[in-house]
Design a binder for this molecule. Sequence first.
Ligand code: TXA
Ligand code: MG
Length: 319
Amino acid sequence: MAIVGNDIDHAVSLLCANKLVGIPTETVYGLAGNAYSQDAVLDIFKVKRRPSFDPLIVHAASLERVADFVLEIPPEAENLANQLWPGPLTILLKKKDIISDLVTSGLDTVAVRVPRHPLTLSLLKVLDFPLAAPSANPFGYISPTTPAHVNEQLGNEINYILDGGPCSVGVESTIVSFEKKIPTILRLGGQPIERIMDILGEVEVNEHSSSQPDAPGMLKSHYAPSKPLILGGLQEVPNDIDKTEIGALVFGEMYTDLPEENQISLSDSDNIEQAAKNLFGAMRELDQKTDIRVIIAQLVPDHGLGRAINDRLKRAATR
Ligand code: TXA
Ligand code: MG
């Protein structure tokens, strides 16, 4: 198991030696390494069992530091970053050569984010390189929102996890591309698009998924528990499954005919932010309960963080 602690100096010394560290962000925990180190980047792909075609997000302490490794920041992107960073927003920018093709899977853009978590911001400020960090889960599985989640799955492969407590947002960052005339949302996430549209005006949401996605996070089946997740109510569950074998992610009323211990309420007050914060932990918990064979979940109101929640539920339900 990895050691869980809040020793920034220890995290710095590991990262400077091109070792990987689990880091907290406001969205989900990341598996971080020196973005300028070939060894560290290769290690990230190996530990995560991530296909090399799926590029990494690079995290920096500030917009000023981002200029170290991108060729240009278009005015629209700069405006958005100025207003929403630090925060759950990732922007695609043309990379400098100092970012290797390994990080970007051969693309000429690099995904960049200034995260809002104070511990990770302090860490980034003292490092003289940015951190490449995908979510700290095996490829395709549910993202981690606590140090314990990281330890459960990657604890044997890394030495240290910085403990920043439970993630305050709970779903991954919103990804925006400025490659086309109209800005494109490549992944719905922790930054609600209503806020992005307030700043940019019209945006396009690219919700399609294919075998050649613009962002593999767009892959139809992703963020998924090991057990089948069914979108809808009890009537959608196959007849051969007993009521005691159904787990439920609940937003609103609990099911009266299911055992209470197999149901997790995402919010006790119909609060969408709270539901986002609880979503991945609840999915994991039901996935791990041995008596449960299928998980049911209903979509939530489709605005604000509800759009990201619904996106993750739909992807989790596809297999
Ligand atoms: O909230 C987050 O974004 C978290 C925390 C740790 O920052 N990170 C995260 O990383 O979710 P990851 O690797 O699990 O997801 C990154 C997504 C992937 O779907 C990847 O395909 C996409 O970003 N991506 C990265 N670089 C890209 C690029 N140049 N063009 C298009 N998509 C890119
Ligand atoms: Mg991920």
